[in-house]
Ligand binder design. Structure first.
Ligand code: NAP
Length: 426
């Protein structure tokens, strides 16, 4: 019976250890199933560690016949329900559909009459997720973000509602660093205006006095020497660039040595002393607008400012004024605020601005890796565990009710199981 349970309920079952009573730990999204359990049901608990109200506080035992009915019903509904704001490409969506029943809603609305079956949101784009959204789903357990930056998710709202927020750190660091270098090189060597020129109907020859900025042997200042920043630094070393960085705290001595990186405790000093500045910090209240009018004044006339973090890191009004005044060479960015910029925005008319449409992680390999991590975060929660990559895991766990007592070995016939015995992982 134990192995039958495992095979039917996989990956949700958490049966008791050998010799201990059989306990089925069921995902919380099967309200219809519970009708089968009472009156003889197995020792049944939901994966969120709370006993189902219909079962009372202690678990009930199960006869083999209604256990089999329970398992049959489970296998017929064995995909937990999640909501996505938009679908992935088919090759990636297949990974999701194999494990979950998916309802797609750009507004993050639940399917009608099934709001309380939704246990997770899988956030593909960057919709705002706050208490108003989370409250649409009474039994929501997790907001799984497809990406590392979670500035569109109000984590404090999720925490106060006992909902995990999880992300995919590291999965896209290398791909995003590639885009940072692409922007840096394009900005330095006039690739975008050069392309326009070479295609223009009147093009005859390039002005021999039209110069770009030398990359090799120059100084790069990385604001945020984290996962992506370090991947950028490794690439910069291949261009014989001198690596400098600014963080709130220094990275380890080993990392500094490996990257030949010099720490600058002052952001302004880093801006003044760099030929290329790359922004790779997360967006939060401390970093929003960290590059304003005063910081832009620190950039030299040949400096290129690259942004692969978030648009909000740079004050766009000050940026526009600085670009229009020609006070630094080029702003090359993967991110804007808002995204996209309004079509009449002055930054769109400037040859000193290069914009890629937030494609830092946009390769199939990287996005597939991110999808797997986002699914693993969902899968962990449905099994009653903390997501492997969460922003508020400890806080949410500490507010989750303690596991219900484990029932004692089942005696013959139906009846409430006694409390105590070995723990059941939930
Ligand atoms: P990470 O590993 O956490 O690195 C962030 C770095 O920023 C750390 O070195 C951190 O060092 C520094 N930092 C944080 N707050 C700071 C502050 N107030 N002042 C100075 N430095 C600060 O993050 P990551 O994985 O590299 O990702 C960084 C960001 O890139 C994400 O949050 C996301 O917004 C963006 N991103 C964009 C794309 C894209 O497609 N364009 C793709 C992926 C990620 P300290 O803690 O010591 O300050």
């Amino acid at each position: 019976m134990r192995s039958l349970c495992r095979s039917v309920l996989h990956p949700y079952d958490v049966s008791a250890e050998r010799g201990a009573p059989l306990v089925l730990v069921l995902p919380a999204h099967f309200p219809a199933i519970w009708a089968l359990a009472p009156g003889g049901g197995a020792a049944v608990r939901t994966a969120d560690r709370s006993d189902h109200p219909d079962l009372g506080s202690s678990a009930t035992r199960c006869t083999s016949s209604n256990l089999i009915a329970l398992m049959a019903a489970l296998s017929a509904h064995d995909k937990p329900l999640i909501v996505m704001d938009s679908v992935f490409v088919p090759a990636m969506q297949k990974l999701v559909d194999e494990r979950f029943e998916v309802h797609v809603s750009a507004e993050l609305d639940p399917p009608s009459d099934r709001a309380d079956e939704v246990f997770g949101l899988l956030i593909h784009g960057h919709p705002t997720v706050n208490s108003a959204i989370i409250s649409k789903f009474p039994k929501l357990k997790i907001v799984s973000n497809f990406g590392v930056g979670c500035d569109h998710i109000v984590t404090s709202d999720a925490t106060s509602l006992g909902v995990f927020v999880a992300n995919t750190p590291g999965a896209m660091s290398e791909a995003t660093a590639d885009v940072a270098l692409a922007l840096l090189l394009a900005g330095a060597r006039n690739i975008v205006p050069g392309d326009k020129l070479a295609r223009s109907p009147g093009y005859a020859k390039v002005d021999p006095n039209w110069f770009g900025v030398e990359v090799h042997g120059s100084r790069i200042g990385i604001v945020g020497l984290g996962r992506i920043g370090q991947a950028i630094a490794r690439r910069a070393l291949a261009f014989d660039m001198k690596v400098q960085y600014h963080n709130r705290s220094r990275v380890s001595e080993d990392t500094e040595k490996r990257l030949q990186a010099e720490y600058k405790s002052s952001l302004e000093e880093l801006l003044r002393d760099s030929d290329f500045v790359v922004l790779a910090v997360p967006c939060n209240p401390a970093t929003e607008g960290m590059i304003g009018a005063e910081q832009l004044k620190c950039l030299g006339p040949d400096t290129i400012l690259v942004n692969i973090g978030r648009g909000k890191l740079v004050d766009h009004a000050a940026l526009t004024a600085s670009i229009e005044a020609g006070s630094f060479y080029c702003y090359a960015t993967d991110v804007t605020e808002p995204e996209p910029l309004p079509r009449e925005h002055p930054l769109l008319r400037s040859d000193r601005v290069i914009i890629s449409p937030h494609v830092g992680s946009a390769t199939l390999k990287t996005r597939s890796r991110m999808a797997r991590m986002a699914l693993d975060n969902l899968g962990a929660v449905i099994s009653g565990n903390k997501p492997p990559h969460s922003l508020n895991g400890d806080e949410v766990e500490s507010t989750t009710p303690a596991p219900a007592p484990t029932p004692a070995p089942a005696g013959p016939g139906p009846g409430p199981a006694a409390e105590g015995g070995g723990g059941t992982p939930t």
